[in-house]
Design a protein around this ligand. Structure first.
Ligand code: TNX
Length: 519
């Protein structure tokens, strides 16, 4: 039903494209119609028109980004758009430069200038160029995403954009434990989130139902824990081999997305205990579980094998993860006493450091002094949390994922066919209208590394389900992570104008009644 609606919209829009006068005078898009909203937008009169003679100019070090831009532009325009080192004077060019050196742009900022004679995109490095390319793509008409040749005027509105992120960490989380999502599905998600300048993808790789990442020293984790039938309600199963994982890491890195792996401990470990009964206190394997209860499993805090297991997993995971973070879960350990929980974290958090990574966990880890050098992901409903505030005063950094705002596995409203509702219904405006820098009392903006949108998969099956819950809310949360100011009226118009792009790409977004959809 949702897919049919998307197809219908695509059909209506393609009719519009064919009947639109090809010589329409003005660019189709306003310079500021970009999600997330840029820091500074200065429009001026003259637009740039992409033609068959346009070239993309880039130094050798930026050929990757330039190539990606060319790939994005070729199918709909039908133009060759060669990537060249230097173009002959007078040739209309989109010129990329990555050796710009402008401190305020940082690693991810960029400066985009559009004149009738050409486009310049400047950044301090390739991550900034990639961000600028995402902006540039949104300044072309939505038909640019059609994937097949379109009749359109490929005009980019004239002016100057200066842009850089508010927070360094802008994340999405995908739960591949409750339902396994294939590498291809994960890649499609990376494609979509990176368009909104989201730069981290956190993968929740293990839970009570299943274990989804190959660990050589404990092979039964995946041969048993990733077997068919280990998804919620016995649906699905599967796991990432190390080769799959490394390939995903590379794919994401090409889109300036860092993979953050999570192994959830000391709770959420039933699948590991089914595979290795020595990880329980009595040594007896529990039955496999594919229901959605939480908080019933715990590693055995007093047994040494627990720490051999934790260290082996952390070592192997760290070795295949180039990114700086390794998430060790730590949530909902209701079957672990408080004292045991702290004892466990005091041993396990330092193991992450031992293998060269920054320890990251759900906010419960803040109970342990070792968390003062770690990152805590806040998922609570309240706007204060004394334990976290105390930890922050001692050095803990925070990533904001308050469940009643950022949990994109929540239903939009009571009629949403998939999703949960324990943290409330989250319509797009609810996801948008809060400030990650002031949301939690006692956690100042300087302690906030960024924002992450978790997508738990108890009710998900396929990519359509992922897209339906993620979009448009992921875009709202990405704007909170990137843009300095928040303006709901502006957002609902800009994301409404973006909708046709999702439709052209076949993304099954939720057509929220709160959004001013174009067309
Ligand atoms: C809470 S949030 C959980 C997960 C569930 C999620 C469902 C958190 C750290 N733990 O185990 O999947 O709710 O929304």
């Amino acid at each position: 039903m949702r897919t049919r609606l998307a197809a219908l919209l695509a059909c209506v829009m393609s009719l519009t494209v064919v009947s639109a006068p090809a010589e329409a005078a003005r660019p189709a898009v306003a310079l500021g119609s970009v999600v997330p909203a840029p820091v500074q937008v200065r429009p001026h009169g003259s637009a740039f028109r992409l033609t068959a003679s346009t070239v993309i100019e880039a130094p050798p070090s930026a050929r990757g980004v330039a190539g990606r831009l060319a790939q994005a532009l070729r199918p709909a325009t039908g133009y060759r758009l060669p990537v060249v080192h230097r173009s002959r004077p007078g040739t209309p060019a989109i010129a990329l430069s990555s050796s710009h050196s402008e401190a305020r742009l940082g690693a991810e900022g960029y400066r985009l200038g559009v004149r009738a004679s050409g486009i310049t995109l400047r950044a301090n490095g390739n991550a900034g160029l990639f961000a600028g390319v995402q902006t540039l793509l949104q300044l072309l008409p939505p038909e640019i995403d059609a994937g097949t040749p379109q009749r359109s005027r490929w005009t980019v509105p004239g002016g100057e954009i200066v842009d850089h992120p508010r927070f360094a960490y802008r994340g999405a989380m995908l739960d591949v434990a409750r339902h396994f999502h294939t590498p291809d599905e994960i890649k499609r998600y990376v494609d979509e989130i990176s368009r909104f300048k989201v730069n981290h993808l956190h993968l929740h790789l293990s839970d009570d139902q299943g274990w989804r990442i190959q660990i050589d020293s404990w092979p039964r984790l995946t041969t048993v824990g990733g077997a068919p039938g280990t998804g919620v309600d016995g649906a699905g199963g599967g796991y990432l081999t190390k080769a799959d994982y490394r390939d995903l890491v590379r794919y994401a890195a090409d889109r300036y997305v860092t993979i953050v792996p999570e192994i959830d401990m000391p709770g959420h470990v039933n699948a590991a205990q089914v595979a290795y009964p020595e990880l329980t206190c009595d040594g007896v394997a529990p039955p496999p579980r594919t229901d959605t209860a939480v908080g019933y499993s715990s590693l055995c805090i007093g047994k040494e094998v627990t720490y051999r297991f934790a260290e082996d997993v952390i070592r192997e995971l760290a070795a295949m993860t180039p990114g700086p973070y390794l998430h060790i879960g730590g949530d909902e350990a209701h079957a672990t006493t408080d004292a045991d929980y702290v004892a466990f974290q005091e041993r396990v958090l330092p193991l992450v450091t031992k293998y060269g990574k920054i320890a990251y966990g759900w906010n419960e880890i803040a109970q342990a002094p070792a968390a003062h050098r770690a990152i805590a992901q806040y998922w609570g409903l309240a706007t204060e949390n004394a334990t976290l505030t105390a930890a922050v005063a001692a050095g803990t950094k925070v990533i904001m994922s308050p469940a009643n705002r950022a949990y994109i596995d929540m239903k939009y409203d009571s009629t949403t066919p998939i999703g949960l509702s324990w943290a409330g219904y989250i319509e797009v405006r609810t996801a948008y209208d809060w400030d990650p820098g002031t949301h939690l009392a006692g956690v100042p903006e300087s302690a906030v590394l960024g924002v992450e949108a978790p997508l738990w998969s108890e009710t998900l099956r396929d990519l359509d389900d992922i897209e339906f819950l993620a979009f448009p809310r992921l875009a709202a949360l990405a704007e909170l992570g990137w843009s300095p100011a928040r303006d709901w009226e502006s957002f609902r118009t800009r994301i409404g104008a973006y909708g046709p792009r999702w439709t052209y790409r076949g993304v099954d977004f939720y057509p929220s009644p709160q959004i001013a959809w174009a067309g």
